[in-house]
Ligand binder design. Structure first.
Ligand SMILES: *[C@@H]1O[C@H](CO)[C@@H](O)[C@H](O)[C@H]1NC(C)=O
Ligand SMILES: *[C@@H]1O[C@H](CO)[C@@H](O)[C@H](O)[C@H]1NC(C)=O
Ligand SMILES: *[C@@H]1O[C@H](CO)[C@@H](O)[C@H](O)[C@H]1NC(C)=O
Ligand SMILES: *[C@@H]1O[C@H](CO)[C@@H](O)[C@H](O)[C@H]1NC(C)=O
Ligand SMILES: *[C@@H]1O[C@H](CO)[C@@H](O)[C@H](O)[C@H]1NC(C)=O
Length: 731
C-alpha cells in the first residue's frame, strides 16, 4: 500500500514538472516530413537512407528516375531542378502544421533524430530555418545585403532547410526558374529581402545547431564518439548539428565522417553495417554463382609469379563461372603464363590473353579487360588483381561478393610496414594523405568497411558500374594523372564509393623493387626484398618444429639433422647451378679460393659465382644460426663462411670424397636431391665414430663440428647424380 502511494507521488511530481518546465509543447514527430531529391540510387543516397532509417525519419524522395539537369558542384551554379520538384511536392501537402525538412541526399547524413531536430527548430522561434555558410555563393556581390549576425555564419546554404509547409509554399511561389538555375541564389535573394524575410519568417542556423555544411568549415568539425553512437561536433560554436552536409568540394570529408556517423562504426559495437544488405552465396548451386571476369595484370618483372598462379588456381570459386583476362607486358614472364594456361585454361569458362608481342599499353589493357565483362551479358563482376598481389585468403572472392557493394577492395598490407593498398585521405594536390584513423585500420584496431578516396592493386567492381558510370570512357586514362589515380578520381566523380574491408586478413603486396631477371630462378634472390614470400616458398614446412618441437635428429655423435629447405628450394638450387654450368674441374689448384690450393677438391660451384653469397649468409643467419645456438649452447655464430658451394657427385666424374677435416668451426651439408630416386649410394661417414648417414633426406641439413672431431668422407655415388649444398661456417 505504501509502495502505491509512493508511485502516485512520483507520477504527480513528474506530471507537474512536465507541465511547468516545458514552456512550449514539443512538436509531434509525426508532423515532420523529410523531402529530398535523388534521381539515382547512388551509394551516397543509400548512405543517406540508412541514416534516416536509423532515426525513423519519414522520407519522401523526389525526382527518382528523372534525368538530372541541375548541374553539379563541378560546374556551378545549378540546383533549380530541386526547387521545381519541391514546389510540386508542396502542392500536395495540405496540413498547415506539417513541417518539411528539405535536404540533399547524396552528400548528407543524419547524426541525430527527429525529436532533437524539431526541438532545435522550435528554439529558433522562426518558421523557416536555413543552413548557414561561411562563404557567400554564387554571387559574392550580395555580401553586404546580408543581415549581420551577432555570432556565427552570415550566409545562406540551400542544401538544407526546415520550415512549416505554408511558409515554404509562400517562399516558393515566386519560382519560375530553369532546372539549371541556381537554387542557392534564388533562396538568397528572398532571404536578403527584408520584407520577404519577415513575412516568411526566415532565419539562419548560424551556429550550426541543426545543419552543418562542411564547405569552408572543415576545421570546425570533429567526430564525437559517445556511448555506441557517433556525432559530428562543431568545436567553433560547441554545437552538435543534426544534419551533416558535404556540400561543394567536401565529398571526401563527408565520406570520412560517414564511416562513423551515426553508428556505422563505434568503439562499443564495432562495425554495424558489415552484415547489412549481404548477398549470401552459401545456398547456391555452383552453377548459380555469379559469373566473374578476373583480370590479371603483369606490368613489370614480378617475383613469385608461379606462386601467384597457384593461388589463382586455389581460389575457392567454381572455375566454370570464371573467365580470365590476362595481360602480360613482360617477355620474361611469357613462359610462366604459358605453363599456367597449358595446364588449366580448359577449367575456366574462358580465357583471353594479351601478351607482350601485341604491344598494347597497360592503360588500354585495363579498359579492354573491362570490355570483356561489359560485353558479356552474364558477367556480374569484374575482379582485378595485379600480379604483385599475394592473395592468401582463398575465400576472398566469395567474401567480397557477399559484401554486395558496387566497388570493394580487400585491404592488402606489406609486412612490418604501414603501407596498404588504400589511402585514407587525399592531399590538396590529390596525392596520399594519412587520415586520422589510418593506422588504427591498418593495425586492425578498427575493423569494418571503409569508404576511402583511393585503392589500388586489387578490387571487385559490379558489372553495372562498368556498364553505366564507367561506360563510354577509359576510366584509367588521364592527361595529368597516373592511371591508378585517374581511375579512382573517375569513381569519386561518379559518386561510386570505394570501400575497403579489413574484416578478414586477405594478404599482402610484394615488393617489385630491385627484382633482377638475369638468373634462371630469380625468386631465390628475394630473401631480402620479400623475406616472407621467400620463406613460404623455400623453407621447409616443418622447419618451425625444429626449434619448437625439437624436430632434430642426432644420427651420429654431435651430428645434427633437421629439415630446412622445401623440395622447390632444392630443385631451384640444382637447376640454377646446372644452368650456370661452370663446375670446377676438381683439381687441387683452385684460383677461386684464398691460397689457390684445395687439399680435398670437389666438383662444385661456389655461391659467390652465382652472386648468392650475401643471400646465403642471410639464409644461414636466419635459419641455421638459431639451430646452431640451440645445439651448441654458449656458442654464437655470426654465420661468416669461407666457403659455401654446391657439390656434384657422379659415378663417372667424382663419385666420392676421401676422408678429411673441414676448414670450419661447423659445417652445414644440405641434401639437394633424393637418394633412391635421383641417385644410388652416396652419404657421409664419420670415421672417429664409425657412423654413416646413408639415407640423406632431400631438404634436410646435417650440421657437425669441422676441424677437430668430425673427420669424415663422402661415400661413393654409384648411379645418377647427387647434389649437396655445403657451407664452412667460421665462426
Ligand atoms: C525506430 O522505430 C522502431 C520501431 O518502429 C523502434 O524500435 C526504434 O527504437 C526506433 N528508433 C529510434 C532511433 O527512435
Ligand atoms: C540552362 O539551360 C538552358 C536550356 O534549358 C540553356 O539555354 C542555358 O544556357 C542553360 N544555362 C546554363 C547556365 O547552363
Ligand atoms: C517569426 O515568428 C515568430 C512567431 O512564430 C515571431 O515571434 C517572430 O517575431 C517572427 N519573426 C519575424 C522576423 O517576423
Ligand atoms: C611434417 O611433419 C609431419 C609429422 O610431424 C609429417 O607428417 C609431414 O609429412 C611433415 N611435412 C613435410 C613437408 O615433410
Ligand atoms: C664399423 O661399422 C660397421 C657396420 O656399421 C662394421 O661392420 C665395422 O666393423 C665397423 N668398423 C669398426 C672399425 O668398428
Amino acid at each position: 500500500m505504501r509502495g502505491a502511494v509512493l508511485i502516485l507521488t512520483v507520477c504527480l511530481f513528474a506530471f507537474f514538472t512536465s507541465l511547468y518546465c516545458n514552456q512550449q509543447d514539443s512538436i509531434p514527430e509525426g508532423d515532420l516530413l523529410v523531402l529530398t531529391v535523388a534521381t539515382e540510387e547512388s551509394d551516397g543516397f543509400r548512405r543517406f537512407m540508412r541514416s534516416s532509417r536509423h532515426f525513423n525519419y519519414t522520407v519522401k524522395v523526389l525526382g527518382k528516375g528523372e534525368e538530372w539537369k541541375g548541374g553539379d558542384y563541378m560546374s556551378p551554379p545549378g540546383g533549380g531542378q530541386k526547387v521545381r520538384l519541391l514546389k510540386l511536392a508542396l502542392e500536395e501537402i495540405t496540413e498547415d502544421n506539417k513541417i518539411i525538412l528539405f535536404v540533399d541526399s547524396y552528400d548528407v547524413i543524419f547524426s541525430s533524430g527527429p525529436k532533437e531536430l524539431l526541438k532545435k527548430f522550435q528554439q529558433t522561434r522562426h518558421k523557416v530555418v536555413f543552413s548557414s555558410e561561411t562563404l557567400v555563393w554564387p554571387d559574392r556581390h550580395l555580401e553586404d545585403k546580408h543581415p549581420h549576425v551577432r555570432e556565427g555564419k552570415r550566409f545562406l546554404g540551400a542544401g538544407g532547410f526546415i520550415g512549416y509547409a505554408p511558409n515554404l509554399k509562400e517562399m516558393l511561389s515566386d519560382w519560375s526558374g530553369e532546372d539549371n538555375d541556381s537554387d542557392q541564389l534564388f533562396y538568397t535573394k528572398i532571404y536578403i529581402n527584408p520584407d520577404k524575410r519577415k513575412s516568411i519568417n526566415i532565419t539562419l542556423d548560424s551556429k550550426c545547431r541543426l545543419f552543418q555544411n562542411l564547405h569552408g568549415a572543415l576545421d570546425e568539425v570533429v567526430l564525437k564518439f559517445e556511448d555506441g553512437r557517433v556525432r559530428a561536433r562543431n568545436v567553433l560554436y560547441d554545437t552538435l548539428p543534426v544534419v551533416i552536409h558535404g556540400n561543394g568540394p567536401t565529398k571526401l570529408q563527408i565520406n570520412y565522417l560517414g564511416n562513423y556517423i551515426p553508428n556505422v562504426w563505434t568503439f562499443e559495437t564495432g562495425c554495424t553495417i558489415c552484415n547489412e544488405d549481404l548477398r549470401p552465396l552459401s545456398g547456391l548451386q555452383e552453377s548459380e554463382y555469379p559469373v566473374v571476369v578476373i583480370g590479371v595484370f603483369i606490368q613489370q618483372p614480378t617475383p613469385f609469379l608461379t606462386v601467384f598462379f597457384e593461388r589463382l588456381l586455389n581460389l575457392k570459386y567454381p572455375k566454370n563461372r570464371l573467365k580470365l583476362f590476362i595481360y602480360n607486358q613482360e617477355p620474361h614472364h611469357d613462359e610462366q603464363v604459358r605453363k599456367f594456361l597449358e595446364g588449366h585454361e580448359s577449367e575456366y569458362q574462358g580465357v583471353k590473353l594479351i601478351g607482350p608481342v601485341e604491344d598494347i599499353d597497360p592503360v588500354t589493357s585495363r579498359n579492354i579487360a573491362f570490355d570483356v565483362c561489359r560485353d558479356d551479358i552474364d558477367c556480374e563482376y569484374f575482379f582485378s588483381i595485379d600480379a604483385d598481389v599475394v592473395l592468401k585468403n582463398e575465400d576472398a572472392l566469395k567474401i567480397l561478393i557477399e559484401l554486395n557493394k558496387p566497388f570493394i577492395a580487400p585491404m592488402m598490407t606489406k609486412p612490418g610496414r604501414l603501407w596498404t593498398n588504400f589511402w585514407g585521405a587525399l592531399s590538396a594536390d590529390g596525392y596520399y594523405a594519412r587520415s586520422e584513423d589510418y593506422v588504427d585500420i591498418v593495425q586492425g584496431r578498427r575493423v569494418g568497411l571503409w569508404n576511402v578516396p583511393y585503392v589500388s592493386h586489387i578490387f571487385l567492381v559490379k558489372a553495372d558500374v562498368l556498364r553505366t558510370d564507367l561506360k563510354d570512357i577509359n576510366p584509367f586514362e588521364s592527361a595529368s594523372l597516373d592511371s591508378d589515380m585517374a581511375f579512382c578520381a573517375n569513381l569519386r566523380n561518379k559518386g561510386v564509393f570505394m570501400f575497403v574491408t579489413n574484416m578478414q586478413t586477405f594478404g599482402r603486396v610484394l615488393s617489385t623493387e630491385n627484382y633482377e631477371t638475369k638468373h634462371l630462378h630469380n625468386d631465390l634472390w628475394q630473401i631480402f626484398e620479400n623475406p616472407l614470400d621467400w620463406e613460404e616458398r623455400y623453407i621447409h614446412k616443418n622447419y618451425s618444429k625444429v626449434l619448437s618441437d625439437n624436430l632434430i635428429e642426432t644420427p651420429c655423435p654431435d651430428v645434427f639433422w633437421f629439415p630446412v629447405f622445401t623440395d622447390v628450394a632444392c630443385n631451384h638450387f640444382v637447376e640454377e647451378m646446372e644452368h650456370f654450368g661452370q663446375w670446377s674441374g676438381g683439381a687441387n689448384t683452385d684460383p677461386r679460393i684464398q691460397g689457390g690450393y684445395e687439399n680435398v677438391p670437389t666438383i662444385d660451384i661456389h655461391m659467390n659465382q652465382v652472386e648468392y653469397d650475401k643471400h646465403w649468409r642471410k639464409f644461414l643467419l636466419e635459419y641455421v644460426a638459431p639451430v646452431t645456438e640451440k645445439m651448441f649452447p654458449g656458442y654464437q655464430t655470426t654465420a661468416q663462411f669461407d666457403l659455401a658451394f654446391v657439390v656434384r657427385y657422379k659415378p663417372d666424374e667424382q663419385p666420392s670424397l676421401r676422408p678429411h677435416h673441414d676448414a670450419s668451426t661447423f659445417t652445414i651439408n644440405i641434401a639437394l636431391n633424393q637418394v633412391g630416386i635421383d641417385y644410388q649410394g652416396g652419404g657421409c661417414r664419420f670415421l672417429r665414430y664409425n657412423c654413416s648417414i646413408t639415407a640423406p633426406r632431400k631438404g634436410w641439413a646435417l650440421m657437425h663440428p669441422g676441424r677437430l672431431t668430425h673427420y669424415h668422407e663422402g661415400l661413393p655415388t654409384v648411379e645418377g647424380v647427387r647434389y649437396i649444398a655445403v657451407s664452412f661456417v667460421d665462426p
